[in-house]
Ligand binder design. Sequence first.
Ligand code: SF4
Length: 268
Amino acid sequence: MNQPANAMEIFTQLEKSNCRECGEKTCLAFAAAVFQARKRISQCTRVDPGLVRRYENTTAYVTQEGPGELYMENLKQELSQIDLPEAAGRIGAEYDGRILTLHMLGKRFGIDTDGKFMTDIHINPNVATPFLEYVVHSKGIDPTGTWVSFRELREGRSFSYPFFQKRCELVLKNIADSYTGLFGDLVELFSASKVPAQFESDVSVILYPLPKVPIMICYWMEEEGMDSTLNLFFDSSADDNLPEGSLFALCVGMALMFEKISHNHRIK
Ligand code: SF4
């Protein structure tokens, strides 16, 4: 594991094509964002996988598995300094004097004052970090009921949409295409609500990965030679309740979780 001394050290190892696929205007701006822990090195679509491994755990988000441990530790430090009863009221959680608990996808997910997780679901870093970000930094804005696409959010404007699509929407679309029980399972296992079809989709469900961060999945089936489509929609308040990078990580974490479930069920 190596600690980059500065942004230039990262920059010298990038492609330097300024292709903008990472959402930054230049490779140099991207290197600075990685060094400042605002972006994951793996968000460069042309990065050498060896570079990702090399900087593992040195920046906020560095691996395909999710945010680095260092970043998690920093968040836990911040957590130890905040007023947990106030945070619980702000974000729609409960606090019993020792453990702050909220519902993620219908499951209890808690953390105690020592930073230890207590949960009914498998902890993957792409889910655990947004949980911490939400507890520490969420403004606690109530959902507005207005659904917007990822690209309409502030976070979406600073990310490459093709990258979001590849890591989240396409993964979920492939599951929905081959696993007929997906939406039923989301309702059954993760407390999703089936809602009247939105945007002329065939299926629409709303999930609550965090109490004030609903996500709507809309799926259009294959029809007359046209491929199926799946899009995620977010409440317009999402940016205020999760800081930049966390919404993306949360969607990646959900996609990984649902992919695992569909494999376990082995339904084609
Ligand atoms: S995606 Fe990679 S190569 Fe393209 S601009 Fe960003 S850092 Fe440079």
